[in-house]
Design a protein around this ligand. Structure first.
Ligand code: AMP
Length: 213
């Protein structure tokens, strides 16, 4: 099964993708994670996109489509969870073509609905484990008192450079201008399933399982 998790920054796409990976054997493909890895490893592409990402703007369709294309060449496991991709109509069209070329299809698009006030609160409180990427939140899921990641025991935690209010405003505007039209696009194709992304992590996971099942 191949699915897209669609929603604004901070909607919980990454958290839910990890749950689906563990429970369903699916493979998370996060273009944001791929771009951050390219930055840290100092590739030419990583250097080129760093300033764009920090400002909260979208990198070019060509770059992210190329990243996804590479991953589709590999193991398809229990299917893919596209997290943070597609973000534009051009990317959505390209994904449809790529899947077709690999003899597979998109099964569903899960739209995670959340309001903007909740997003700001979530994002400014967010951190991740530097080793395994487990996501924490100062208010709802704090880093354990012993300072060790509950998933892997790692002791280093990071905050994203673009998780600040100014960059978030741009990221939200980019979402409403360029990504939210995908809601209508997939609705028209009969593939859209919407869930309330505001609940507890397990409750949201249950809702997602319900709409996919
Ligand atoms: P994310 O981790 O999904 O919030 O992505 C972090 C940043 O990476 C975004 O603000 C964009 O600058 C860039 N990015 C990630 N995915 C895409 C995409 N599909 N299209 C364009 N830019 C992207």
């Amino acid at each position: 099964m191949n699915i897209i998790l669609l929603g604004p920054p901070g909607a919980g796409k990454g958290t839910q993708a990890r749950i689906l990976e563990e429970g369903w054997g699916m493979i998370q493909l996060s273009t944001g994670d791929m771009l951050r890895a390219a930055r840290t490893s100092g590739t030419a592409m990583g250097q080129k996109v760093a300033a764009i990402m920090d400002a909260g703007e979208l990198v070019t369709d060509e770059i992210v489509i190329g990243l996804i294309e590479e991953k589709l060449e590999g193991d398809h496991g229990g299917g893919f969870i596209f997290d943070g991709f597609p973000r534009t109509l051009a990317q959505a069209d390209a994904l449809g073509d790529l899947l077709e070329r690999h003899g597979t299809t998109l099964d569903a698009v899960v739209e995670m609905q959340v309001d903007d006030a909740a997003l700001v609160a979530r994002i400014t409180a967010r951190s991740t484990c530097g080793s395994c990427g487990e996501v924490y939140n100062d208010n709802t899921k704090p880093i354990p008192a012993d300072g060790k990641c509950s998933n892997c025991g790692g002791t280093e935690f990071k905050r994203r450079a673009d998780d600040n209010e100014e960059s978030l405003r741009t990221r939200l505007m980019e979402y409403y201008k360029k990504t939210s039209p995908l809601i209508g696009y997939y609705y028209a194709k009969g593939q859209l399933r919407s869930v309330d992304g505001l609940g507890e992590i397990d409750a949201v996971a249950g809702e997602i399982a319900g709409v996919l099942g």
